[in-house]
Design a protein around this ligand. Structure first.
Ligand SMILES: C[S@@+](CC[C@H](N)C(=O)[O-])C[C@H]1O[C@@H](n2cnc3c(N)ncnc32)[C@H](O)[C@@H]1O
Length: 273
């Protein structure tokens, strides 16, 4: 579990879990399926205690993400019935901060103002990587639309694929507000893209691939037309990186480096299919 200081836990509560869709709930609770409750740590015990005190949330999770039901039951087994409210709130804040990369997706507006990889980023970094003029582009794991809206300024059409419903709605609201005509928002994950082979001129993403490069890059390549481009355009965070990702360079990606305005070493990647 990483901590990027994207959120202040005081601004959130367990009630934000009611805003999570099936995909997000499964990501959080499925890992507890089949676990040994005896071996669960403090955050899991806090989660169990909070679930025990918010039984409506247990109902919602089990109905919305039945694949995570067993994990929820395991957590309920470690609920601490006598924990004082004040101590529980303290532990709840720490839990929410530990789960910040999931919790933040429930508040896309907070993402835009708190996540440095979004607010410190400049569109020129995308446009320097690839000519998007008149192209049909797919943005995978589009999030709040950082890359999508930048590409849409010159691309023919951009498909913004995003598994979290709150983020899809956020992009749809922005499309409406800005009266954007060339963006389509859709559900989907990078390893199962709901498009035919050879569909896109450019298939791009930022901060999405890395869990399973083989499956992810194979699928990205499948939907990119021969001669088209795969683009990995990360945001401008403050993370120091000594070298580009060798998994990507060894798979034929060219690395492009710049220093971010908040001090990070940023590597972006391109590859022609
Ligand atoms: C750190 S955010 C980056 C958002 C956006 N690409 C950007 O760089 O501004 C990661 C995004 O990837 C999405 N995501 C996570 N796992 C994914 C997967 N397996 N397939 C597609 N999207 C995924 C998340 O829902 C989230 O919107």
């Amino acid at each position: 579990m990483s901590n990027y200081n994207w959120i202040d836990g005081n601004d959130f509560s367990i009630r934000h879990f009611y805003l999570m869709d099936r995909w997000l709930l499964a990501m959080i609770f499925q890992p507890f399926n089949g676990c040994d409750p005896e071996k669960l740590g403090t955050h899991a015990r806090t989660l169990g205690t909070l679930l025990d005190r918010h039984r409506d949330l247990v109902f919602v999770i089990k109905k919305r993400a039945p694949e995570a039901s067993d994990g929820v039951d395991k957590l309920l087994k470690v609920a601490e019935a006598t924990l004082p409210d004040k101590e529980l709130r303290k532990r709840e804040i720490a839990l929410l901060e530990a789960y910040e990369t999931d919790v933040v997706y429930t508040e896309p507006r907070i993402m835009e103002t708190s996540c440095n990889y979004i607010y410190a980023w400049e569109e020129k970094h995308l446009h320097a990587l690839c000519d998007l003029n008149g192209k049909v582009v797919l943005d995978l794991g589009a999030g709040t639309g950082r890359l999508t809206f930048a590409a849409a300024k010159i691309a023919k059409r951009v498909y913004a694929s995003e598994p979290v419903d709150r983020l899809r709605e956020h992009m749809r609201m922005r499309i409406q507000t800005e009266d954007q005509k060339n963006i389509r928002v859709q559900d989907g994950i990078v390893t199962a893209i709901p498009h035919e082979d050879d569909t896109f001129d450019v298939v791009m993403c930022g901060h999405v691939v890395g869990d399973d490069y083989e499956a992810e890059l194979t699928e990205m390549t499948r939907v990119c037309r021969p001669g088209g481009h795969l683009v990995i355009c990360n945001g401008d965070d403050d993370i120091k990186r000594a070298h580009p990702d060798s998994e990507l360079t060894s798979r034929g990606f060219k690395a492009h480096y710049h220093k971010s305005t908040v001090g990070g070493d940023i590597y972006n990647y391109t590859k022609q299919v």
